[in-house]
Design a protein around this ligand. Sequence first.
Ligand code: ATP
Ligand code: MG
Length: 593
Amino acid sequence: MKSGKVFRYSEDDSRGRVYDARLMGRFYRYLHPHRFMVLLSVLLLLAASAAQLVQPYLIKIALDDHVLPGKREGLGILALLFLAAFAVETLFRFAQIYTMERTGQSLICVLRLQLFSHLQRLPTSFFDRNPVGRLMSRVTSDVEALSELFSSGVVSIFGDLIRLFAIVVLLLWLNVHLALVTFLVVPVLLGLSFFFRSRLRRTYRRVRERIARVNGFLHENLSGIKIVRLLRQEERNRNDFNRVNRDHCDAELDSVLFDSLFSAAVEWVGSVSIALLIWYGGGQIVQGAVTFGMLVAFMEYTQKFFIPIRDLSSKFVILQSGMAALERVFGLLDTPLPAPPERITALPARLRGGIEFQDVTFAYGGGPPVLKGVRFRVEPGERIALVGPTGAGKTSLVKLLVRLYDPDSGRIAIDGIDLQSVDPVELRRRIGIVLQDGFLFTGSVASNIAFGKNGLSDTRIRQAARLAEAEPFILKLPSGYQEEIWERGNNLSSGQKQLLSLARVIATDPEILILDEATSSVDPLTEVRIRNGIRTALKNRTALVIAHRLSTIAAVDRILVMDHGRILEEGTHQELLRRGGLYQKFFELQKTG
Ligand SMILES: Nc1ncnc2c1ncn2[C@@H]1O[C@H](COP(=O)(O)OP(=O)(O)OP(=O)(O)O)[C@@H](O)[C@H]1O
Ligand SMILES: [Mg+2]
């Protein structure tokens, strides 16, 4: 948990544009299936605005044609019309918001699924480079921002513009002189928005970057909470978090400052406009050039004119973060998938199980090579142990064999079929693999054993558990086979996890078995059980075992010794001991250690 690491999570929306036509063009394609709903929503919005703009005019008629001349009749109807206009406005507004949100939600569903499927197909190396926290925020908050961009951004800004335009036209139509007086302040407004625009944009971007840091920091620290405690890093991480958190609060304060300054300034300009109307319009009334109702209507319209302008800054945020989200979501969707093989070779119905590595070289994402010209053969049905010091490249080698990664050069073949032309899913169905860290999933014990093999009967599950010698501990669990396993198998000990993983591989009965033996040691009884489980799992199939236990090494036909990404020695236990190389040293150490 180095403090510098935190900054890897910083957001990468360097452009921070408010409107990007290319991105929006692509976004509109997602809206296409919903175009009728969008059209309906726009129509509703226009109707609601019309109903809203009628209201001041009704007041003008009531004042000028009825109140001032002292004509009572007709006032009741006008009051009812006013109410009706208000009712229509609210009803249409509700319908508009609902249709908009509905479309927004369908958009979210489609995009999230698309992102998830894309993530599922991305090469494993992608996940080495991209922290989980960041990917999660792509699928959750970024998609959310997109839907907001659409539902409260684009459409309502469009509605605001239409309303502003309508008010300008209305005012000019009602009285050109008064209208021009009202619009005297417009240059000031333009100046204000110009002044605040770049400042607001910068602070909003800073807020987003910093909240992403807070999230990234939290993710790393909570998922690694045990390590943090063991290394007693609480104090230091608290200080780091304090810094990240404070940075975010400062940025948030800046944005609140500019935001409230901006809306206060707009309100103030609005009042200047009203004051001008009182001064100039009042004089016009005295001279008899303007009616009283007209002035009241003007004031009403002027107020309605300033509301959308005042809210502009919050719309601005939505647009800006929506654009950044669009950029990131599309960026993820554009991450290229592995090229499909030129031709797919189906694996035969029954694999014989011969494995061949021919000069395989491999490095993780442009790093130093981890495998350097690895070359070996495993005959069908042969059981091979792979041994070597930590970091030698053993786990990497078996990851290539199940195509979690592909070699940079060289060739890997099973029964003479180049793996590059085999569908990885098909390959993994035929090769059973037990990983070093024995990953389990939430679900029952039984479903974890049957995992990867649909419709496995209870009898088979129990049989496998018995063969793996996992049954004694399973039966001791409060709910036995139905006991729920927590996330990542957190409620099981490491020995229990190993036993379950063995039961799983025995149950699925693969044609080729890969076993990356766990290094953690267990009590002697469990040790014996694991040993017997491994022996059962190895029976009657080709197996490649990364062995740490002598008992496992004793159960195989041949041993490969690896170091620094190369196979250094190869032979039976006796042969290797006689050679007096790395293996012999290893063996001596284990015996005495
Ligand atoms: N996902 C990864 N990204 C980058 N480098 C990695 C990754 N996984 C492993 N490495 C590096 O590759 C090298 C070989 O690792 P590997 O896991 O294959 O070792 P190993 O032989 O299985 O060791 P052990 O006995 O400790 O399990 C190491 O130097 C390691 O740092
Ligand atoms: Mg390993």
